[in-house]
Design a protein around this ligand. Structure first.
Ligand code: ADP
Ligand code: MG
Length: 325
């Protein structure tokens, strides 16, 4: 069982940033309005996620660290598997390769409970004074697994990867307040925004006001694809493509079709190793996209790549032409 957990952990727990992604997605699934992510040593020493979501009672708390325990899967949901991560593997996997604690207090409880799993050894639950919601701590990832530990990069690089993951989650969820802090970083605080203009407001928080001042809104619906977001002006470029963000149906993704469409959209304006800054949000029929390629790696496959490419090129072309280019 422990060996199986550790093998499964290889899939889920690649590095501290993948742990952060799983934990924050759980907080989002729990209906959190405010999520605090604290890290030390690039997340290798410590990751602490605090949320104000619905929490877990004793039974759910004990189940949460068991392999294949999920409160989220029902048979009708098979189409939605991507929203479920690895279906009950994340916490069990993390607990098999680190020191994990899960503390939770549901809305109707007078106090909380905490359970710990130290490299596969479980103890608790015991009472814990805490606010409503859930606090998860992960310490010393791979400390007992040198073969895995040696593949981690410097604390600085791991901290940067965590920042990237949290940025993407914040860009996909403007209505949630995100705080990213810790001894290894400058703090970020992105209060919840809602209503019309929420997306632009969140993009301003995360990407900076400069981007907002140098970008045009995207709005296009074509062949079943809805394109939204902000496209940087051709005069506002970067030396690398790290500032290009893609979201499909509310999830951050990596996809060659989208990369190619952005390049094509700006081909007449942006030259010589410069890259436009783009936050692209697509809504497509969930049946028109295969997201089970590898949920953790955020890869997907569009069934009609031509339609996607066409819609993105059109949306950006129209928007920057309207801005006088
Ligand atoms: P999955 O998310 O695929 O269900 P996880 O291992 O990530 O699997 O989580 C296991 C279970 O623990 C979840 O199904 C959920 O019931 C519970 N859980 C985890 N994190 C939280 C949280 N932050 N708030 C409430 N419940 C949580
Ligand atoms: Mg999960």
């Amino acid at each position: 069982e422990d060996l199986i957990n550790r093998i499964a952990a290889g899939e889920v727990v690649e590095r501290p940033a993948s742990v952060v992604k799983e934990l924050v997605e759980n907080s989002i699934d729990a209906g959190a309005h405010r999520i605090v992510i604290a890290t030390a040593g690039g997340g290798i020493d410590l990751i602490r996620i605090t949320d104000d979501g619905h929490g877990m009672d004793r039974t759910d708390l004990m189940l949460s660290v068991e392999r294949h325990a999920t409160s989220k899967l029902s048979v009708d949901d098979l189409d939605d598997i991507r929203t479920l991560g690895f279906r009950g593997e994340a916490l069990a996997s993390i607990g098999s390769v680190a020191r994990l604690s899960v503390a939770s207090r549901p809305a109707d409880a007078e106090s909380g409970l905490i359970i710990t799993v130290d490299n596969g050894r479980r103890s608790g639950p015991v009472p814990q004074a805490m606010n409503r919601g859930t606090v998860i701590e992960v310490r010393d990832i791979f400390a007992l697994i040198p073969a895995r530990r040696k593949f981690l990069k410097s604390a600085r690089a791991e901290a940067a990867a965590i920042t990237d993951v949290v940025k993407r989650l914040a860009m996909a969820n403007p209505e949630i307040h995100f705080i990213l802090e810790g001894s290894d970083r400058n703090p970020s605080n992105w209060p919840a925004v809602s209503g019309e203009g929420a997306l632009a407001a969140r993009l301003g928080q995360v990407m900076g006001g400069d981007f907002i001042d140098n970008a045009v809104p995207l709005a296009m619906a074509r062949h079943g694809v809805v394109v939204a977001g902000l496209a940087g002006l051709p005069t506002y470029t970067r030396a690398n493509s790290l500032s290009q963000f893609y979201f499909v149906n509310g999830r951050s993704v990596r996809d060659k079709v989208l990369v190619g469409a952005i390049r094509a959209a700006y081909a007449d304006y942006v030259f010589r190793d410069r890259f436009p800054v783009v936050a692209l949000y697509l809504a497509v029929d969930p049946g028109a996209v295969d997201v089970n390629v590898h949920p953790a790696k955020a890869e997907l496959r569009f069934q009609d790549q031509g339609a996607i490419r066409g819609a993105v090129i059109r949306a950006i072309g129209t928007a920057i032409a309207a801005a006088g280019f």
